[in-house]
Ligand binder design. Structure first.
Ligand code: PLP
Length: 417
């Protein structure tokens, strides 16, 4: 349950008492104990980059090696592994994405799925020469877009975004038009946590005859997503961040039902074939979302996320989001009190409705502060320029952890005697 610090001496500071009260009132507090390492003194602020494993995942992996792999061997492909990218995709669609079955697959890395979907999007709009994207999207998204533009002779229409925000509806409206093939953007900005207006930007892209490709890497499992209701065309995202899938767990790709039969992705391998074991001449894509697959799916690496999906399904995304908002709001409250007086600025939205699951705090000395924090077992990450990024994975982070971490930041920034 709650981790009490300082309470034993009866002399906890006001801040410790407040964190303790928040943990006490947190209906999801008990879930934290289900994660490996939760009882250690480590302060983990990087669950948005690599989530902690669930303890049950160790059992799942053991059973998998012993029985499913070791026992079933090659028979496992017929028995369940061939379908697993779609089965786990449907689970993910149901629990986190607001996607009806048959539109999500789990495969490859986010970078690779992004490439396949961006190529498919521009192929579906052959007379339109532009990809709209923003200057502060995650590097791999920008690099992949540059590669696709080079390969297909397209023009990149860059929107210069405020690094403390992200792509706004007004900015998108000012550039999207009859030349736009596709708008590529992140739902939650990796630097600021700004939540883009996905339904709004999607609607304006559609009015202009363009498609949208949303990157959900920093929202899936943290901020509710409604891909079907929002009329999104294509989406991708990571599963090792808020879905705790482990290092290198595969990405997911979403293709709206209405686009499936024409979706023409460039890596047409045997696993996306309508009949992989016919092994015939020429490639006939599967009629469904399986066509997004290329080669043998990473069955082993898609096991851990199933435990997190089961947990998120039990808790429900609205409750996960409520805890996430509670944690980021508390981090901002502490920053206002302890860090802004030391010259730190907030580079994330103050309005919780516009903020995802992390908070970025900027100070010219943050690079050295983050290095010192790691030595003290406080693990956030650093993003240029001067950004301390605090990722607060809702189910595995306590309010007291937030307090301990931010008090360390303040101690490191305070001028010495
Ligand atoms: C983390 C992240 C990625 C990572 O892509 P990989 O192929 O898994 O390395 C891509 N896009 C965004 C927006 C991310 O936050």
């Amino acid at each position: 349950m709650t981790t009490s610090t300082g309470g034993a001496t009866g002399q906890s500071s006001g801040a410790a008492a407040r964190a303790e009260a928040l943990d006490h009132d947190d209906p999801l507090a008990a879930y934290r104990d289900r994660f490996v390492g939760a009882s250690s003194s480590l302060t983990y602020f990087d669950g948005n980059s690599l989530g902690r494993p669930l303890a049950v995942t160790a059992d799942r992996m053991g059973v998998f090696v012993e029985h499913e792999w070791g026992g079933r061997l090659i028979r496992g492909w017929d028995e369940q592994w061939m379908e697993l990218p779609l089965v786990v995709g449907d689970e993910l669609g149901l629990v986190c994405l607001g996607a009806a079955p048959g539109q999500v697959v789990v495969a490859d890395s986010t970078t690779v799925v992004l490439y396949k979907l961006l190529r498919a999007a521009v192929a579906a709009r052959p007379d339109r020469p532009e990809i709209v994207l923003d200057t502060d999207n995650f590097p791999t998204d920008r690099y992949v877009a540059e590669a696709v533009a080079r390969e297909c002779g397209l023009h990149l229409r860059w929107v210069e975004t405020d690094p403390a925000l992200g792509l706004t509806l007004e900015q998108a409206a000012s550039v999207v038009g009859p030349r736009t093939a596709v708008v590529l953007a992140s739902h939650v900005a990796y630097r600021s946590a700004y939540v883009a207006d996905v339904p709004g930007i999607t609607a304006l892209a559609h009015e202009a005859g363009a498609l949208v490709l949303w990157d959900l890497s920093h929202s899936v499992g943290s901020v509710p997503v409604e891909l079907d209701a929002w009329d999104v065309d294509l989406a991708v995202g990571c599963t090792y961040k808020y879905l705790n899938g482990g290092p290198g767990s595969p990405a997911f790709g979403y293709v709206a039902q209405r686009h499936l039969t024409e979706l023409d992705q460039p890596v047409s391998g045997w696993m996306g074939h309508a009949d992989p074991f016919a092994m015939g001449p020429g490639h006939t894509p599967d009629p469904g979302v399986r066509r997004l697959l290329s080669g043998t799916p990473p069955v082993l690496a898609m096991q851990p996320m199933r435990d997190m999906l089961a947990l998120v399904a039990a808790v429900g995304m609205p409750a996960v989001r409520a805890k996430s908002v509670g944690l980021t709001s508390y981090a901002i409250e502490l920053a206002d009190e302890l860090l802004l007086p030391l010259g730190v600025t907030l580079a994330s939205p103050r309005d919780a409705a516009q903020r995802g699951g992390h908070v970025t705090l900027v100070h010219p000395r943050m690079r050295e502060v983050v290095a010192a924090l790691w030595k003290r077992d406080v693990i956030p990450d650093y993003r240029d320029p001067g950004g301390l990024r605090i990722g607060l994975s809702p189910l595995s982070t306590s309010y007291d952890e937030v307090r301990r971490g931010l008090e360390e930041v303040a101690a490191l920034l305070r001028p010495g005697p």
